[in-house]
Design a binder for this molecule. Sequence first.
Ligand SMILES: Cc1cc2nc3c(=O)[nH]c(=O)nc-3n(C[C@H](O)[C@H](O)[C@H](O)COP(=O)(O)OP(=O)(O)OC[C@H]3O[C@@H](n4cnc5c(N)ncnc54)[C@H](O)[C@@H]3O)c2cc1C
Length: 404
Amino acid sequence: MSGMLIIGAGLAGLTVAETLRSEGYAGPITLIGDEAHAPYQRPPLSKGFLLGQTAEAQLMMRPPELLVKKDIDLRVGAGATAIDRSTKRVALGDGSTLGYDGLALCPGSRLRPLPLAGADWHGVYGLRTLDEAKAIAAALEAAHNVVIIGGGFIGLEVASVARRKEKRVTVLEAADRLMARVVAPLISQFYLDLHTRHGAEVVLGAMVSELVGSGGRITAVRTRDGREFPADLVLVGIGIIPNVELAQAAGLEVNGGIVVDACGRCSDPTIVAAGDCTARRLDDGSLRRLESVQNALEQGRSAAAALLGRDRPFHAAPWFWSDQYDVKLQMLGLTAGFDQVVTRGDPTTQKFSAYYYQAGKLIAIDSLNQPPEHMNGRKLFEKGISPTPAQAADTAFDLGSLLA
Ligand SMILES: Cc1cc2nc3c(=O)[nH]c(=O)nc-3n(C[C@H](O)[C@H](O)[C@H](O)COP(=O)(O)OP(=O)(O)OC[C@H]3O[C@@H](n4cnc5c(N)ncnc54)[C@H](O)[C@@H]3O)c2cc1C
């Protein structure tokens, strides 16, 4: 018996492994990771860890002895390089091969590279892994001028950490507002004001055209309009690319991600996939790719059940969070296609929510510093209840009463 093989020792991979055990699977489970570390949490890398408030040991998802106790064979340091579906064997970077009865693909994603000369110079960083976070944390101590390329979540979280460390910070965002892909203009404006108030310079419509350096070290970033921003630390946060190559080479369907159904099954239903690497086919045939802790967790559970021949479809509304300065943003649902936004609470208090509607139906909620509002929203979504825009905007109206 070869047992279950899981490629990728991140949150999705670990969740598949642990769920297999909790669902009663008693055979061998092998978890393969190409990083040198046991599974660790990524969200704190751009938050508490960079700030120095979260220690490396606190990032680890499980103590090693717990994996031993669960009889999960964790092998780190050599990634999978090829899958042979006909013989059910996987080749690893160290030259060995492993057989499998069931296979889960959880290789996550990697950073989208900046297509400019100098992107590999000293002082230019991306943030995806613990090793990268350690390097940035060390460089940040000595840095004076921090330039962030990309005004998305990770860029803005690093900007807020750098400002809290009293560095000069410039955020260069190509779009005409921050986090434009996922939030309404009023939330973008709130974050522009927040960063500006904390002393960061945010430049919108900034097309980075050149990295300027000397002796292999970054000294400035130039934009297309000829402006030059001095920099001794540059953080590139321009998105990620799902790791699909192994699946593609093995002949599995890939379309912007490894295509899976609601239960995490790939086009070969004996193989499952979960996490950042997937593109999930929805009931209407469209594909959805999410990059979040919730997706890795939920899909990991579904994928493990599917390996055991059980259906556990994952339909929950997406959620996500971001911490910048003293503001916690919690997002629920997806904003794409909204035609109306109402606010609940006073934006000037840093404590309010935005309710997004499409044709009168609630499709998403962004809550700022309002965890109870977010939790209530999750219950509304679970039950398919849509308060009217007038109810959502009226703070005197108890939205929880709709759940009764
Ligand atoms: C800095 C940062 C902050 C974030 N903040 C938030 C947040 O606030 N909220 C939120 O919801 N999400 C956040 N995310 C996103 C979240 O961390 C990811 O969505 C989640 O980690 C996805 O889990 P995963 O297991 O699919 O992928 P990963 O965590 O990427 O794990 C995949 C693992 O597989 C390894 N691997 C790849 N190829 C192979 C191979 N061939 N063989 C073996 N191993 C391989 C990778 O190196 C990696 O270790 C953040 C991410 C980052 C980087």
